[in-house]
Design a protein around this ligand. Structure first.
Ligand code: ADP
Ligand code: MG
Length: 256
């Protein structure tokens, strides 16, 4: 059975694209078949994060009816697949985002997971993307504006009858002025699945267009994303730092 999971937020810039690309990688590592879709049609970044921003066929072409779905799906070297969106502003014309559920239902049965990188906000783009999924993961930073916007997304998701798996709190720095896990759970009335720490390696991995989990699977944010992949698949997560040999760690330390 295919799980169609949308990574959503109210506020932009909270880490949806980072989570989508890394969760796709982490689930693939666990032996799951994954297709990641960039459903952020106006400001797409998934292709940029994964190095396929110049793809000749995109979700825009598929939605316009100019390209077959299978011709717009590309392999990532690690094994998962990507359906990117177009970076070109010209491609916004004639695109009907309302057709997204047709695409996800076509993918259903062809893979274990469809992960969608949603547009932020509450506009038609985000709402159509939410409607095209079965389950949602709500991403927020530990700040009030982000949690307040998450609450609005949550209300819309409930209205259209989607199952919300829980909240991912990203960029946690453990400062006194941040909202706590407990406060976020109380406000949204949802469980926090993982708290992903602020991690400078996220930015580095984006620059080299490689998922952080691939770049450094023991980086603090990567560990939490791998923990989430284990949770989703019902596996126990055992943190085995020893997998990285002393020599590996020394080489890493010297070369960074
Ligand atoms: P969104 O897709 O929600 O707009 P992104 O995934 O593009 O958000 O992330 C926005 C910015 O935040 C990126 O520049 C990324 O480098 C940074 N970022 C995301 N998660 C983290 C993290 N855990 N630690 C540090 N920086 C992060
Ligand atoms: Mg994004």
């Amino acid at each position: 059975m295919t799980r169609i999971i949308n990574i959503v937020s109210g506020k932009g810039g909270v880490g949806k694209t980072t989570l989508t690309s890394n969760l796709a990688y982490a689930l693939t590592e666990l032996g799951e078949d994954v297709i990641a879709i960039d459903t952020n049609l106006t400001t797409p970044h998934l292709g940029l994060h994964l190095g396929i921003h110049l793809a000749p066929n995109t979700l825009h072409d598929v939605l316009r009816g100019d390209t077959n779905l299978s011709d717009a799906i590309y392999p990532h070297p690690s094994g998962f697949k990507i359906l990117p969106a177009s970076m070109s502003i010209n491609d916004l014309t004639g695109v009907d985002i309302g057709k997204l559920p047709e695409i996800t239902s076509k993918l259903s049965g062809t893979t274990d997971y469809v992960l969608m990188d949603c547009a932020p906000g509450l506009g038609r783009e985000a709402v159509s993307s939410i409607k095209a999924a079965d389950e949602l993961i709500l991403v927020t930073s530990p700040e009030l504006p982000s949690v307040a916007d998450a609450l609005k997304t949550l209300k819309i998701a409930e209205k259209v009858g989607k199952k919300i798996l829980g909240v991912v709190v990203n960029r946690v720095r453990g400062k006194w002025y941040e909202l706590t896990k407990w406060e976020i759970e109380e406000t949204l009335n949802l469980p926090v699945l993982v708290e992903i720490p602020e991690d400078a390696n996220v930015s580095k991995s984006i620059t080299i267009k490689m998922p952080l989990v691939e770049y450094d699977s023991f980086s603090p944010a990567a560990i939490e994303i791998r923990r989430l992949a284990h949770q989703l698949t019902g596996r126990e997560f055992r943190f085995e730092k020893s997998k990285l040999s002393i020599l590996d760690r020394f080489v890493k330390w010297v070369t960074e």
